[in-house]
Design a protein around this ligand. Structure first.
Ligand SMILES: [Zn+2]
Length: 297
């Protein structure tokens, strides 16, 4: 599909909920597939990775009826990685939108986007004046947050007439195919797995990832991603059990294939696994020093 065409991510998912629009934005940083999805969740613009004609068109479409109403009420990012933030400052300047960062991470937001947020949001709260709710999904990055449109199934009382469809704009928590990086120093594997379990158990109808197409089977996808991590963890434990004495030996043992070109990411990924295992007391504490020797402390 073209990176220039706005595409509805399923359109309005119910008459009472904000309309969802997905716009693929080409990015030149290391992003899966070379694009990042920006989303319009009603009046909330999420992850404008760059300013593009397609994103401008999507905003114009929203705001054209009422000149007094800003096309965008708020701008937020799922996390402050370079492939998610490139258009934040420009769209903030173009609109009257309230710029919102995750509580506790305003400095990180400002450093990545070049502008200070107007306000912060904590998980569970509405983002700015929108009907979209922030959801804690830390792990891939410490500031990672997702944005919920509609309430997932189990939150509805039976008397409410049955559940409305719900979606979670989930950034780099999940992808439809393949996996996302959870790498030291800032990736936290324990937090990532807990986030996947929470999102799986919340019962959203659909996930809207930061890269690639929407995910229509959230529970199966979360389970797949959890199993992927646990399989890698088993490989890391086996390599250590087999006598690997430093990080590079674990990497070689755990992957067992040529890693040229991706070795840095593999080392950082294995380091995140070892950090989790040390934290859980499953490998000896001496691994902390070995990680430090390898540049991860
Ligand atoms: Zn990321």
């Amino acid at each position: 599909m073209s990176g220039d065409d706005p595409e509805t991510g399923g359109g309005p998912i119910s008459s009472d909920e904000p309309a969802v629009t997905r716009i693929e934005v080409p990015v030149d940083t290391r992003a899966p597939g070379g694009t990042t999805n920006a989303y319009l969740l009603g009046g909330l613009l999420v992850d404008p990775a760059a300013r593009t004609d397609a994103l401008d068109a999507a905003l114009a479409e929203r705001g054209s009826d009422d000149a007094a109403a800003p096309a965008v009420e708020a701008i937020a990012v799922t996390h402050a990685h370079p492939d998610h933030v490139g258009g934040v400052a420009e769209y903030a300047a173009l609109t009257d939108a309230t710029v919102v960062a995750r509580e506790g991470h305003a400095d990180r937001f400002a450093a990545a986007t070049g502008i200070d947020p107007d306000e912060t949001v904590a998980p569970g709260e509405a983002v700015g004046d929108t009907a979209v709710r922030a959801v804690d999904t830390s792990g891939h990055a410490p500031d990672h947050v997702a944005f919920a449109v509609g309430e997932p199934e189990e939150r509805f009382e039976p008397s409410a007439g049955g559940p409305a469809p719900s979606a979670l704009c989930c950034g780099d928590l999940a992808v439809a195919e393949g996996s996302v990086a959870v790498a030291a120093p800032e990736g936290d594997l324990s937090a990532y797995l807990a986030s996947l379990e929470r999102v799986r158990d919340a019962g959203y109808d659909r996930l809207l990832p930061g890269h690639g197409p929407p995910i229509d089977d959230p529970a199966a996808t979360c389970d797949r991603l959890i199993e992927h991590r646990l399989a890698r963890e088993r490989d890391v434990v086996a390599a250590i059990d087999d006598g690997a004495a430093d990080l590079d030996a674990v990497v070689d043992g755990a992957y067992g294939k040529d890693l040229s070109g991706v070795r840095d990411l593999a080392r950082a990924t294995v380091a995140a696994h070892v950090e989790k295992l040390v934290g859980e007391g499953r490998v000896e504490a001496a691994w902390r020093a070995r990680l430090a020797d390898a540049g991860f402390d």
